[in-house]
Design a protein around this ligand. Structure first.
Ligand code: PRP
Ligand code: URA
Length: 236
């Protein structure tokens, strides 16, 4: 049986003693797209800097959302779209089917706003998940999703993939709603959460701006950026 001190420690440091895969191991996982874009790397560095204040932090999350949207939509299907230019008729292309975006509240809001810049017609569902900092288990507190079958793709967006609990739950919920063609997008992943997510949802492609080294004893991504929700909304 655990002593009182050990039980208190386990609550304060839920990741202590839990083995974690290395970054190199996580890099071998299938269907993981890690951005190599220099502008993404540039903005991620500003974002991580502890001197970056909430207004700039939010703008950077939004910019990174728009950049990742380009990367994560590069293989979408088009259908022929006959139009007339001012000079003559031509057949262009339009996206074959709708696009869905589901931010995981609250930190996913800035990313979703960025995604909407190149995809203004996308439908946006909202899913509220809060991580219990003692157990690291996600708790669902809000859900405004639509059952939609005519989507070509639906992006679940959240800046931080730490233990993977929130991402796994979010995708479980979206699958229960029969949302088709899911993709998961985050700014920073930890090898531990990436492996868990890959195992739980092997069919869902994952897009990341960066893959970090490890989780600390409290389940924070290192080097990371701290608390993505607090830094966006100034609730530090
Ligand atoms: C953060 C983050 C993810 C989750 C990641 O949200 O935005 O949703 O933690 O951790 P996990 O991979 O271990 O589940 P948080 O619960 O802090 O809520 P917030 O968005 O309201 O700040
Ligand atoms: N949630 C955050 O906001 N940051 C982390 O490092 C882990 C979870």
């Amino acid at each position: 049986m655990k002593t009182v001190d050990e039980a208190a420690d386990a609550q304060a440091f839920p990741m202590r003693g839990i083995p974690q895969p290395t970054r190199d191991q996580a890099l071998t996982l299938p269907q993981v797209h890690l951005s190599r874009h220099p502008v993404v790397a540039h903005k991620m560095t500003r974002l991580r800097d502890k001197r970056t204040e909430p207004p700039e932090f939010y703008r950077l999350v939004r910019d990174l959302g728009a950049l990742l949207a380009y990367e994560a939509t590069s293989d979408l299907r088009l259908e022929p779209a006959p139009i007339e230019t001012p000079l003559e008729p031509m057949t262009g292309g339009r996206l074959a089917g709708g696009v869905g975006i589901v931010p995981i509240l609250r930190a996913g809001l800035g990313l979703a706003e960025g995604f909407r810049q190149p995809l203004p017609d996308a439908s946006v569902g909202h899913l509220g998940l809060r991580r219990d900092e003692r157990t690291l288990e996600p708790i669902e507190y809000y859900n405004q999703l639509a059952r939609s079958s005519n989507l070509q793709v639906c992006f679940s967006v959240d800046p931080m993939l730490a233990t993977g609990g929130s991402a796994i739950d979010a995708l479980n919920i979206l699958k229960r709603y029969r949302v088709p063609h899911l993709r998961y997008v985050a700014l920073i992943g930890a090898p531990y959460g990436l492996l868990k997510l890959r195992q739980a949802h092997p069919d869902v492609p994952i897009y990341l701006a960066a893959l970090d080294e490890r989780l600390d004893d409290r389940g924070y991504i290192c080097p990371g950026l701290g608390d993505a929700g607090d830094r966006q909304f100034g609730t530090l």
